[in-house]
Design a protein around this ligand. Structure first.
Ligand code: NAG
Ligand code: NAG
Ligand code: NAG
Length: 294
């Protein structure tokens, strides 16, 4: 059997571990400056979760915007066009006027500034530990109802999830396997200083190795005020090796995704041809999963 080449040529990526605060205009201005810097050495740029707003459930509605009309989407569209790069726009609170729902949404732009994908976070994060932390996204947010895969020009396909979506292997499997054959999963995410050390690297490596794809995790920088994001934005290769990693402060990390690495991983450990659908169901096959077709 011939090996599919899901990554046609090397792709240069940059992850911007942005430090953001309560001032939306300042967040956008700072993101814009870092995008200009990153674009010098990247074909595709990733921003963190909640990069234009504080991460606090009671704030989502006041920062929410319509997509594509809102100012953040307009600004990122301009930047992708100006620099001729793909931009995965972290996540922002999206206001859907028709339903009055708020979604946690990541928008993707091509080098012409066109919106080519929009992922609404599927799995909402609700926890309620007695005498401890209570955090209920579902009180203010609505979950999306589709997996998201988009096309990066001649390079191939990429799957997209947001933060907590990373803990559910299914979205990555849908993106990685036929008919989508993605070469990477991208997750803007904001783990905290407890869950970060426990699971951030583990989940990046698990999703990468399970599916033989690159994983790109982009966190906000740690900010003394407000939500304590873990940081440590990273790129993990299909063998599970972390090939680039940030610290906790604001920084840009770069990596080159290699078609040779992907092909050698898949040919040396050929899990993709050895599944036993006579033993378990193929829930990912053509027509089985709901995938966004934007
Ligand atoms: C954004 O950039 C400005 C100017 O460089 C800086 O003063 C500000 O602290 C930055 N914002 C954050 C949240 O770091
Ligand atoms: C989206 O959900 C994540 C938690 O997984 C949270 O960090 C973030 O604040 C939410 N973002 C927005 C913009 O609603
Ligand atoms: C981080 O979130 C987890 C739940 O996901 C919670 O148990 C923990 O207390 C939080 N840690 C901090 C430092 O806020």
């Amino acid at each position: 059997m011939t090996l599919a080449r899901p990554l046609a040529k090397a792709l240069r990526v940059a992850l911007i571990q942005l430090k953001s605060g309560a001032d939306k205009q300042a967040n956008l201005a700072n993101a814009s400056k870092l995008i200009s810097e990153a674009a010098k050495n990247a074909d595709l740029i990733v921003l963190p979760e909640c990069f234009n707003s504080p991460y606090a459930v009671d704030q989502f509605r006041s920062y929410a915007e319509e997509i594509p009309k809102g100012e953040t989407t307009v600004a990122l569209s301009e930047l992708s066009k100006q620099h001729g790069v793909y931009i995965v726009g972290g996540s922002i609170p999206e206001l859907d006027i028709a339903s009055n729902n708020i979604y946690n949404t990541s928008v993707v732009f091509d080098p012409k500034g066109e919106v080519i994908a929009k992922h609404r976070k599927v799995h909402l994060f609700d926890i309620d530990i007695p005498d401890g932390i209570t955090f209920k996204e579902s009180e203010t947010l609505t979950g999306g109802d589709k997996a998201t895969v988009f096309s990066v020009g001649d390079w191939g396909h990429v799957g997209l999830g947001i933060c907590y979506d990373m803990r559910f292997p299914e979205l990555a499997q849908i993106a990685a396997r036929s008919p989508h054959n993605s070469f990477a999963m991208i997750y803007p995410g904001a783990f905290n200083t407890t869950t970060g050390p426990l699971h951030w690297h583990l989940l990046a490596r698990a999703r990468a190795v399970d599916n033989e794809v690159y994983t790109l995790l982009c966190s906000p920088a740690r900010n003394a005020e407000g939500y304590q994001a873990y940081g440590h934005s990273l790129v993990c290769d299909p063998m599970g090796a972390i090939v680039a990693e940030a610290g906790e402060g604001q920084e840009i990390i770069y990596a080159e995704l290699s078609p040779e690495k992907l092909a050698s991983t898949r040919s040396s450990i050929p899990v993709n041809f050895q599944r036993r659908f006579d033993v378990y169901e193929d829930f990912v096959g053509e027509g089985k999963a709901k995938v966004s077709d934007l």
